[in-house]
Each structure stands twice: as C-alpha cells, then as structure tokens.
Write a protein that binds this ligand. Structure first.
Ligand SMILES: CCCCCCCCCC/C=C\C/C=C/C(=O)SCCNC(=O)CCNC(=O)[C@H](O)C(C)(C)COP(=O)(O)OP(=O)(O)OC[C@H]1O[C@@H](n2cnc3c(N)ncnc32)[C@H](O)[C@@H]1OP(=O)(O)O
Ligand SMILES: Cc1cc2nc3c(=O)[nH]c(=O)nc-3n(C[C@H](O)[C@H](O)[C@H](O)COP(=O)(O)OP(=O)(O)OC[C@H]3O[C@@H](n4cnc5c(N)ncnc54)[C@H](O)[C@@H]3O)c2cc1C
Length: 664
C-alpha cells in the first residue's frame, strides 16, 4: 500500500505511528499543494499503486550492490518493462505522469531515456521548424529513436563561444560537414550519448564561406537504426564511472568530416538557404532554450531530491533512540534534540520553498516558449537571469541540506543502505550541469549591475518587478517581525550588496582598469549579490504561495514552516544586515527560530510523508515508511554479494597464505 492520509498501518514502528498521530493536517491535502493539484497528487498515488502490482518493475537487486554494467543493464531492462505496460500505468500523453513513472521505477541513477525526455524532445519542440517536427518529433515521442543533447566538449562547457566542433556548409552538395578538429573538441559528458542514443541534437559552430556564425543546433544520426553500430565518420563511447549517475552512459563523440543534409540544421529560428545565405534568429541566444528550460525546472527537481534525503533523515530520526533528556528510563528519539531539528527543519522549509518557486519558473518558461513561438523574445533576458541565479542557489543549498541529512543519520547515514550518498551525488551534479554555478551567478550579476546602472541613469521606473526594490531605501525595521518584515530585511541585504558590488566594479573600471579585469576583481562580491537577490526571490515566492492556500490546516502548518524559513535565512545572512538590525533584534530572531523549531516538531514526519515518495522510489532502508529499520538493515547487509560465501576466494588466495606464512 502506498502513502495514505497519515499513512498509519499495522506493523508500523510504534515510534512512527506516534509521529503520524501527532500531525495536525491531512497529508493528502498537503500533497495536493506540493504537486499542484489534488487530481495530480491522486494520480501519483494511483500510478505508484499500479507500479507495485508489476513485480518486474522492481529493482532486481538493491542498486548499490550492482556494478556499472549491472546498473546500465538494469536500467534498460526496467525501461522495456515500463514500455510493455505503459497503457496500464499512465496516460502516455501526460508528461507529468511519465516523469513520475520514470522517477519511481528507474530511480535517479540515470537511464537511456533521461536526456531524451528532458532535453532532446524539448530542443526539438523549441528549435525545430514545423516541417522538422513532423519528421522527427513523432518518432522521438514514440521512442522509435533515442536522442540526447550534445553540446559540452572536453575542452569547453561554460564558454560556448569557444566550442570547437564545426558544421561547415557546402553549397555544392547542400550539406553540413561536421568535424572535430582536436581532442578537446570531442563532445564530452552528454547523458545517454555513450551507448544508448542513436540520434543527437549536436551544438556546433556554423561555418559558411569561412565565416563563423557561432553555435547552432543540428539534428544528427549517430548510429545505424538496425544494427545500432556507430555510422562511418562517428566515434562514440562512454566516458567512464562518475561520482553518481552511474546507471547513465554519459558519452564522448567525435566527427570525421561527417555529412548531414542542409535540412538538419534545426531551423525554427535561424536558417541557411540553399545558396548559403544565412537568416538570423530573432534573438542571439535563442539556441540556448533547451538549457533555459532545464534551469527553469531545476528548482522543483532539486527540491524533490532534498525531499528524498529529508524523508529518510526525519523518519529515521524518529525511530533512532540515543541518549536521554529528562526521562532517564527511556532513550530519546534523536529528533527531539534541538541540534537535530536545527539541522533538518530549515531544510524541510527549503525543500517546500524550492518546489513552490519552481512552479513559478516553469510557468514563466512555458509562457516564454509561447511568446518566442510568436516572435516575442523580450522576456528572455529576465528569465535567463532569474534561472541562472536560481539553479545556482538551489543546487548548492540542496547539496548542503542533503549532506546535513546524511550526518543527521549518524553512522548508518554513511552506509549505502541509507541511499543518501547517491542522492547527494546526483543533486550536486546540478551545481555543474546546465552551467557551472559561479558562471551562472555572474550571469545574474550582469543583470543586477545593469539594473543599478538604470537607477543611476534615472530610469528606475523601467526596472522590472523583480529588481524594483534595488531603487528603494530601507533603514529601519519594525521589532515585531512577521514574514513581510523579513522580506524587507532580505531586500536590504540584497540591495546593499548589489550596490556595493556594482560600485566596486565601477570604481575599478573608472580607475582605468579594463572592463574584464574590473569585472574579475569585483566578481566574488557580485556572486554574493546574486545569491542574496535569489534568496530574496525564493522567500518572496514562498510567502506568496502560502498566502494562496485554501485548506486552513495545511496553511497553518505551512505558516509555521515559513517561520522556520524566514528566521533561519535571516540568521544565516547576519553579516549583511548588521547596519539594519541591532543585536537585540538579532537575539529576538534567533529565539523566534528556536520557538518555530519546537512548533514544527509534531508535524515533522507528516511534512515529509506529504512528499508521498514511495519506498520503491526512496530505495532507502533507513527511510522506510513503516520505520522497521533494524531488521531490514540486517537483511540488506546479508544480501551483499560478499556474503554469498563465508570464505572469499581472495581470502583463500591471498590472506590465508599470508597468515600461514606468518605462522612459520
Ligand atoms: C524538465 C524536467 C527537468 C527535471 C529536472 C532536471 C533534471 C536534469 C537531469 C539531467 C542531468 C543533466 C543534464 C545536463 C545537461 C547539460 O549540462 S547541457 C549543457 C549545459 N551547458 C551550459 O549550461 C553552458 C553554460 N554556458 C552558457 O549558458 C553560456 O555560455 C553563458 C550564459 C555562460 C554565456 O553565454 P555567452 O554566449 O558567452 O554570452 P555572453 O557574452 O556572456 O553574454 C551575452 C549576452 O547574452 C545574454 N545571454 C546569455 N545567455 C542567454 C540566454 N540563454 N537567454 C538570454 N540572454 C542570454 C547574457 O546575459 C549577455 O547579456 P548582456 O545584456 O550583454 O549582459
Ligand atoms: C552529471 C552531468 C551531466 C551532464 N550532462 C550534459 C549533457 O547532457 N549535455 C551536455 O552538453 N553537457 C552535459 N554536461 C556538461 C556540463 O554542462 C558542463 O560540465 C558544465 O556546463 C560546466 O562546464 P565545464 O565543465 O566546462 O566547467 P568549467 O567552465 O571548466 O569550470 C571549471 C571552473 O572554472 C570556473 N569558470 C569557468 N568560466 C568562468 C568565468 N567566465 N568566470 C568565472 N569562473 C569561471 C568555474 O566556475 C569552475 O570553477 C553534464 C555534466 C555533468 C556533471
């Protein structure tokens, strides 16, 4: 049975039952808030139920016991079972239902269709012309072909202008000739490229009559559709094991004068005519749309990863007993320690905040896609700046939160039985992919500097709503702090830091330094401004979202969680608000934080239960819904391949002779 309201079932650990009984709200109602609607939350439960009825969809062994080859094979096996049963499991036309199905069955370690769904199809939707979509989109959606997104090269990922792969137009044959001129030009990292994909959207420099028009997306067939062998002129393979995602085949790819037809340039926005005439796109960065899309989805994606770790750590902390508080007759649940609450509860608040914030950026991206299809690219710069900052802050804070969750589980957190290290490895990949965090914070930094320059030039009224606060002035704050006063505190911090960083940059530049050098010397301060600005945005969307909730019990507990969030976040940026808040006010906020931790305590398990992540999806012995951790930990250890025999061949071959020899 998957998660029910309060989720209490016979055989559950009494400790978790006690926690669920103390919850003040309906976890199904909270799930409806988390997943955007009651209907979708309900569908998730139904899909999980349907999955549990098909035993072949379960992992054939705990994934941590599989080697790389086993993980890749297991992913393909489960994928084929999914596809055989797809109509019984989901509405195949629903992207969200598909995502839930894949997340639950395939897990987070990567699989052959991950990039197909997340980047390849979206790149075709955003960048292929109607004619090209007729040719490829249906085939991709039916999974007749498997695609990936091949942009990054061994030598360059961040600086796209320095990519080396070329696509040279030949007007005589009306073809592009793809070529990898150096080792560093090999495509390197794209997910599913190594062994699974037979097609790719390849980003290469478009060259027409010796002129470089910069990176453009091309549709490229990599492998024969019957034999799956690489086509002549293509060198492709797997880049080897990684920190996580080892069920995935991130790959390398090289071209040796490989020809594709002129019609294979994805030409919704930029075109090359038969005679080699280039038709410019309406915006120089329009080819980056697949990246903007993923960045827009990353806040919810990372919020979900943080949620996984918190479900594990909070449930486990309610069954783990160690040490004493007042009652010396029974050891206390470690969740009752203030330090444990301080370690975990602000992260619960962040997970909720990231998910709510992601709703907003996904909505903004969907709107942008419509606008761009209608020729209006005016929203691109704003969304680029917003999502650049957001992906950087949420990935970093998610990593921090997951690592704290691991430590909060003590020794067992370090075991793969907790599965937290896998979640950590997957999540912090996000600090790097879709734009390295520092690089992306500096993209937002450019936008903030431009906003300050507008204010300096008397154009404050032209500022967008997200940066309007930069032109305001706040020097005092009410002692009676509520969420909106905390927003003001954050605005103060972000505004001061943005002005300070911009003025530093301008001063250096005005002293005669080059623009680039001045930028570099102000860059740490600029990234600080970007982080504060982004954290302000997260806080403000959290406050707005909670304000819109109808169910009063759900709203009540989310207000409690919001109190944890605002007090924790302000304490965390104390250094930036010293000019605004007195030490008395800081003490007051600190005390409010401690009170809010106590207020949340009875709802902690219900708050993580509300994510409704099934045991199958969680893959964690420590985080089991029933809380029966210890007997299952022992079972898990016994299932280790090392325990198949009592005496290992390595002992017979090496250790025994060594010990025998020592006896002589
Ligand atoms: C859908 C479900 C999702 C679920 C969750 C996600 C789970 C995903 C799991 C999959 C795992 C991994 C997938 C990973 C995939 C990848 O990593 S794909 C490769 C990604 N690569 C990058 O992100 C590269 C980073 N670099 C860049 O993006 C750009 O090079 C960079 C923005 C840093 C700079 O670009 P330049 O072209 O050099 O531009 P620059 O000169 O600096 O700026 C000029 C000007 O243009 C503005 N600009 C830049 N980009 C954009 C844009 N996209 N839109 C609008 N405007 C843009 C820039 O701000 C400048 O403006 P200004 O006015 O002149 O200041
Ligand atoms: C798990 C994973 C999956 C991926 N999947 C894909 C995929 O499907 N398709 C694909 O094309 N790519 C993929 N990538 C590649 C990824 O997008 C790049 O690794 C990423 O964009 C970072 O680029 P880089 O590796 O060149 O880092 P680098 O730019 O080399 O970063 C190294 C350091 O230099 C710093 N730095 C670089 N430029 C600047 C600057 N201008 N100012 C200040 N500091 C700077 C960075 O901050 C960082 O500290 C994936 C990567 C990972 C880890």
């Amino acid at each position: 049975m998957t998660a029910l309201n309060k989720s209490i079932e016979p055989g559950d650990s009494p400790d978790l039952t006690e926690e669920r009984a103390s919850g003040t709200f309906d976890t199904n109602a909270m799930a409806a808030v988390i997943y955007g609607s009651d209907k979708f939350a309900q569908r998730r439960r139904e899909i999980s139920e349907a999955i549990s009825k098909i035993p072949e969809l379960a992992d054939s062994a705990p994934l941590p016991f599989l080697d790389r080859f086993g993980k890749v094979t297991e992913g393909s096996r489960k994928l084929s079972v999914i596809l055989e049963n797809i109509d019984k499991l989901i509405d195949p036309s629903s992207y969200e239902e598909g995502l839930h199905l894949y997340t639950e069955v395939m897990g987070m370690e990567g699989h052959p269709l991950a990039l197909h769904e997340v980047m390849f199809i979206p790149a075709l939707i955003a960048q292929a012309s109607d004619e090209q979509q007729v040719k490829w989109l249906g085939r991709a959606r039916r999974r007749e072909i498997i695609g990936c997104y091949a942009q990054t090269e061994m030598g360059h990922g961040s600086n796209l202008r320095a990519l080396e792969t070329t696509a040279t137009y030949s007007p005589e044959t009306q073809e592009f000739i793809l070529h990898s001129p150096t080792i560093t030009s090999l495509k390197w990292w794209p997910g599913a490229l190594g062994k699974s994909a037979n097609w790719a959207v390849v980003v290469a420099n478009l060259i027409i009559r010796d002129k470089n028009y910069g990176p453009h997306p091309f549709m490229v067939q990599l492998r024969d559709e019957d034999s799956h062998e690489p086509l002549p002129g293509i060198t492709v393979g797997d880049i080897g094991p990684k920190m996580a995602f080892n069920g995935g085949d991130n790959g390398f790819l090289g071209f040796r004068n490989y020809r594709i037809p002129r019609e294979y340039l994805l030409n919704r926005h930029a075109k090359v005519e038969a005679d080699g005439r280039y038709v410019k796109p309406p915006h120089a960065k329009i080819n980056h749309s697949a990246m903007i899309r993923v960045r827009s989805h990353m806040a919810t994606g990372q919020g979900a990863l943080l949620a996984h770790a918190l479900v594990i750590a909070v449930r486990y902390s309610a069954v783990r007993r160690q040490g004493y508080l007042e009652d010396k007759s029974r050891e206390v649940k470690v969740l009752d320690y203030q330090t444990q609450q301080h370690r975990l509860f602000p992260s619960i608040a962040r997970a909720y905040a990231f998910i709510f914030c992601g709703f907003e950026t996904i909505r903004l991206y969907d709107q942008l896609l419509i606008d761009v299809q209608n020729g209006n690219t005016s929203g691109m710069a704003d969304l680029h700046a917003l999502t650049s900052g957001l992906k950087s802050v949420v990935t970093y804070q998610t990593g921090e939160g997951i690592e704290q969750a691991r430590m909060a589980c003590g020794g067992h957190g370090y075991s793969m039985a907790s599965y937290i290290s896998e979640i950590y490895g997957v999540a912090i990949g996000g600090c790097t992919y879709e734009g390295e965090n520092m690089v992306m914070l500096l993209q937002l930094g450019r936008y903030l500097v431009k906003s300050i320059e507008m204010i300096q030039n008397g154009k404050s009224r032209e500022l967008g709503p997200m940066v309007a606060y930069l032109a305001e002035n706040e020097s005092e704050i009410d002692l009676n702090l509520g969420p909106n006063e905390y927003l003001k505190v954050f605005e103060y911090a972000a505004r001061n830091q943005t002005w300070r960083a911009t003025e530093k940059f301008q001063k250096l530049r005005n002293s005669g330094m080059s623009n680039e050098k001045a930028w570099n010397q102000a860059s740490v301060e600029l990234t600080r401004a970007s982080r504060l600005h982004t954290r302000l945005y997260i806080m403000s969307t959290f406050i707005n979202h909670v304000g819109s909730i109808v169910d009063q019990k759900v709203k009540g507990v989310l207000i409690d969680l919001l109190n944890v969030h605002v007090t924790y976040e302000v304490m965390d940026i104390g250094i930036y608000v010293q000019g605004l808040l007195s030490s008395n006010q800081m003490d007051l906020i600190r005390n409010q934080l401690y009170v809010s931790l106590e207020t949340i305590r009875p709802n902690a398990v219900s708050l993580v239960d509300s994510f409704q992540i099934s045991d199958m999806q969680l893959r964690s012995v420590l985080g089991r819904r029933d809380g029966n951790v210890y007997e299952n930990l022992f079972k898990w250890a016994k299932s280790s391949p090392l325990n198949k025999t009592d005496v290992l061949p390595s002992v017979t071959q090496y250790l025994k002779p060594m010990m025998e020899k020592s006896k002589l």
